[in-house]
Write a protein that binds this ligand. Structure first.
Ligand code: DAH
Length: 354
């Protein structure tokens, strides 16, 4: 062994010890990569050692080359083992952190529910479908012509004051928010010939001081049937059937004379109170009857303006408040609750009205 190879052999031993000691302290992938760069990388210590071999005497080079390559191979193998161990550990840590306990109960999803008014609309549509009535829907922004004129309520007639009308600002002065669903009477009759059997659920608006039984927005249900030989008895039968379906089998319907310009005769109608069976209670205010709405036989003028012959056709019409039905059925005592968006109120109906 020459002096030079001796010195190299020492150098290899020193470098190997340093490298192995350093690798033993490595405990992350990043550090392992840094270690690799420091010893085995293009500018690493083993690589520089290899490069330096060219300065050796020719006869010393083969052995020195083999020794240095052996060191390089050993360190590369050690590095690979450490890298593999750290990679496995990292993957396992990752899996443990991201583990999902599939046995945990799921978080409940809030799915919401239809508004009680929407549900009641669906319920009456269903009831009237069985009686041969089709549901139609009309515009909430109306012209005075449909809201009043065609309903036998001429301009400047005092009857108009009955409806506290919200007027829509526009270039025309005859645009209103419909005060009732009755404008759909003329709209429907203009479109089709008798027999007519429709119901019209929808929002209506009145300029009103609000209290427990008055809102500026509410929901009406209009009904209209026109054909030959329709009588007041048909009206009563239909309303009675509706009352039975809504409030139970023993319900009775009461008519009293009333006035609406678009019917003759006109009535108001009430259903005997389902809660006290007519004996008198809080919900019916001790009267035994629940006021439902207005109705009557369609006025000949209303038939005439849409081109129907009043000598041949007769019809009945009715209008009632959807919210009122819900109030009577469930003992709700404040109309303002419906548009109030109080979820505690609304949630009660999520299961109640099916
Ligand atoms: N439209 C009336 C109102 O809102 C209610 C009404 C009464 C409707 C009699 C009718 C009816 O169809 O015949 O005050």
């Amino acid at each position: 062994m020459t002096h030079a190879t001796h010195a190299l052999s020492d150098e290899i031993t020193t470098l190997r010890d340093a490298a192995v000691t350093a690798l033993a302290t490595v405990e992350s992938l990043d550090k392992a990569i840094a270690w690799e760069r420091a010893y085995l990388g293009p500018k690493g210590r083993v690589t520089s050692l290899l490069r330096g071999l060219s300065g050796l005497a020719a006869e010393d080079r083969p052995q020195a080359g083999r020794d240095t390559q052996a060191l390089r191979a050993e360190l590369a193998e050690r590095f690979e083992a450490v890298r593999e161990r750290l990679a496995v550990a990292a993957r396992q840590r990752h899996l443990a952190e991201d583990a999902i306990d599939v046995t945990l109960p799921g978080r409940p999803v809030a799915i919401g529910a239809a508004h009680p008014v929407s549900r009641m609309i669906d319920e009456v549509i269903e009831i009237f479908a069985h009686l041969g009535f089709q549901a139609v829907f009309g515009p909430e922004v109306e012209t005075a012509r449909y809201n009043f004129d065609l309903l036998n309520i001429p301009a400047n007639h005092p009857a108009r004051d009955v409806w506290d009308t919200i007027i829509v600002e526009s270039e025309r002065d005859d645009v209103v928010l419909r005060t009732h669903t009755s404008p759909m009477q003329a709209r429907t009759m203009e479109r089709i010939q008798p027999p007519v059997r429709v119901i019209v659920p929808g929002r209506s608006y009145r300029y009103e001081a609000q209290d427990a039984s008055h809102e500026w927005m509410f929901t009406q249900l209009e009904g209209l049937a026109v054909d030959e030989h329709i009588t007041l008895a048909d009206l009563k039968g239909v309303l009675q059937e509706m009352a039975r379906q809504l409030f139970g089998p023993r319900r009775r319907v009461r008519f009293r004379c009333d006035f609406f310009p678009f019917v003759e005769p006109g009535v108001d109608f009430a259903v005997d109170c389902a809660i006290c069976e007519g004996a008198g209670c809080r919900v019916c205010k001790q009267s035994g009857w629940l006021e439902m709405g207005g109705a009557g036989m369609v006025h000949p003028n209303v038939l005439r303006v849409v081109g129907y012959d009043p000598a041949r056709y007769t019809g009945f019409a009715f209008g009632l408040g959807i919210e009122r039905i819900i109030m009577m059925k469930y003992g709700v005592d404040d109309l303002r609750a419906f548009a109030g968006n109080d979820l505690r109120f609304l949630r009660q109906f999520a299961r109640a009205v099916v």
